[in-house]
Design a protein around this ligand. Structure first.
Ligand code: NAD
Length: 509
């Protein structure tokens, strides 16, 4: 049976038509450290609950890295992923340093898994937390931002990392958050960004949020600056419902939220794309406790529950979820969540046995798996409509005009006096595109800099015309600069879009 994703439909599409009797092929990878133990426990619970899945093993992780595959994936892994479209993944140990790229980032970006969904709910009093009413879902953009991993050493002193944000990426993740909120009967979506500082990148995200939120009048929308948002997540998490944010902020925030809810060991996550989905615990491979049968399998089990919902199996998802909640209520806890509510500290295997014994039971105090009837995750057959990848989005007719260029230099003459640099550059400038500003690490140091501003060897020098220019003007400028023997290291062209500058001012300009 082909199980490639059905065409996108609305979220209210009825349950998938996948037959209960047909096994759904699902790729699984056992991971490193505690991965094999928690995967074994999870698969046993899935089998006992009657989950109609056929696991297909793929090899990823430390051993594969060591075989010389720097991606961490065995060569046949892509074929299996292509066939299944779904991956249940145990944590992987990422070798530090070297030429290794993060396997997770590779999977997310290669498979277009643009939405990372992390529910963080408190299970008080059975799992200790200061915030018993906490029930937050963090929706993190998963493909863009600083995770583009484009870094360059530019001078002896300065290294840069590019933060890339696209309009299509912002639209997809914001719309996903609102569709998710609507489907889940959640009341509010909070966007977190730092657009007071990053006015263009984070500004685009905030503006997109404001535009799209207007299409969802039934859901409250608010925006907060990420720093206060992060602080409030640690102190008043009950104030949040659904949060949508950019990649790096979401990465940090979701770990904070999981810890505040009780333990990183409990939370699962879904990585959702148009055609693929990957489900994994949010914790790592915990090599410090590997092989001891003490790891908590709950994070991976929760991920498997999210996977079953995605596969259109909400009844089995609910069955597992409720048995798991009942296990917590009955005081059977792994070591990491042991408290005065614990009746017996169990090992990984015994915890799975306890969940299996309780299949068919409901929790008595904790609220049962929340509104699973509606399915907690957008399903494979019911992905949000407006999720066209950015590359396929038709470009809006915007008038783009070249008006200047920022030329970056490595320059460390004694004294590092910007006046001296400006004098040389003014001797090379074109009359129609004069030097307007020099910044150092973004702070304006010419004209009229502040003598106490510390200066690196990395200088951004802005040549701006009063009207349209062409590439030949930039080349002429660079040829003229070349004659001065200054070391120019890169250029960034300055454009206006429909007359609006596509570049920021220097700090202090
Ligand atoms: P970690 O999450 O593996 O461990 C942090 C702490 O939490 C450790 O003390 C560990 O014992 C404990 N812990 C984690 N999961 C637990 C569980 N299920 N039950 C009980 N205790 C648990 O983070 P780390 O130590 O920073 O990273 C270890 C490795 O995992 C690194 O190589 C890292 O790159 C990798 N990692 C992988 C993923 C992933 O594959 N998704 C995510 C994060 C980290």
């Amino acid at each position: 049976m082909s199980i490639t994703a059905a065409p996108a439909q609305t979220l209210s599409t009825p349950q998938t038509t996948l037959s209960q009797t047909t096994l759904i092929p699902v790729a699984i990878t056992r991971g490193d450290g505690i991965g094999p133990e928690i995967m074994e426990a999870t698969l046993r619970v899935l089998a006992a609950a009657g989950a109609p899945i056929a696991p297909l093993e793929v090899r990823m992780g430390e051993a594969v890295y060591k075989e010389g595959h720097t991606s961490g994936l065995a060569p046949d892994a892509w074929d299996v992923l292509e066939r299944t479209g779904v991956l249940l993944k145990a944590p992987i140990t990422t070798p530090q340093g070297g030429g290794y790229k993060s396997l997770n980032v590779t999977l997310r970006k290669t498979l277009g898994l643009y939405a990372n969904v992390r529910p963080c709910r408190a299970y008080a009093p059975y799992v200790a937390t200061h915030h018993p009413k906490m029930d937050v879902v963090i929706i993190r953009e998963n493909e863009e931002d600083l995770y583009a991993g484009i870094e360059h050493r530019q001078t002896r002193e300065v290294i840069q990392c590019l933060k890339l944000i696209t309009q299509g990426g912002c639209e997809r993740i914001v719309r996903y958050a609102f569709e998710y909120a609507r489907q889940q009967n959640r009341r509010k979506v909070t966007a977190l960004s730092k657009d007071n500082i990053m006015k263009l990148t984070d500004g685009l995200f905030h503006r997109t949020f404001d535009e799209i939120s207007a299409e969802y009048p039934d859901i409250k929308a608010e925006h907060q600056i990420i720093d206060i948002g992060m602080a409030r997540m640690a102190t008043q998490p009950e104030a949040y419902d659904v949060i949508v944010t950019l990649n790096l902020y979401g990465d940090i925030l979701s770990d904070v939220a999981a810890e505040v809810a009780g333990s990183v060991g409990l939370a699962g996550s879904a990585n959702i794309g148009q055609h693929f989905a990957m489900f994994e615990a949010i914790h790592g491979s915990a090599p410090d406790i590997a092989g001891q049968n003490i790891a908590n399998p709950s994070g991976l089990l929760q991920s498997a529950v999210l996977m079953l919902e995605y596969l259109g199996q909400p009844d089995i998802a609910r069955r597992i979820s409720n048995a798991w909640l009942r296990t917590l209520e009955d005081g059977l806890h792994t070591r990491d969540i042991a408290s005065d509510q614990t009746r017996q500290v169990t090992g990984t295997r015994e915890f799975a046995d306890a969940v299996i014994e309780r299949l068919g039971q409901e929790p008595q105090h904790l609220s049962a798996a929340p509104s699973r009837e509606a399915a907690a995750q957008p399903q494979r057959t019911a992905q949000p409509q407006h999720t066209t990848p950015p590359a396929e989005s038709p470009a809006a007719p915007i008038a783009k005009q070249l008006v200047g260029t920022d030329v970056f230099f490595e320059w460390s003459e004694p004294g590092r006096d910007p006046e001296a640099l400006a004098r040389v550059l003014q001797s090379a400038q074109l009359e129609r595109m004069p030097l307007r500003m020099i910044t150092n690490r973004g702070v304006k140091v010419w004209p009229q800099g502040h003598p106490h501003t510390s200066k690196s060897d990395h200088w951004r020098c802005r040549f701006l015309s009063d009207g349209p220019i062409v590439h030949a003007d930039v080349l002429e400028l660079l040829a003229s600069i070349h004659a001065t023997q200054l070391d120019f290291i890169k250029t960034e062209h300055l454009y206006t879009f429909d007359g609006v500058p596509g570049y920021t001012l220097g700090q202090g300009q």
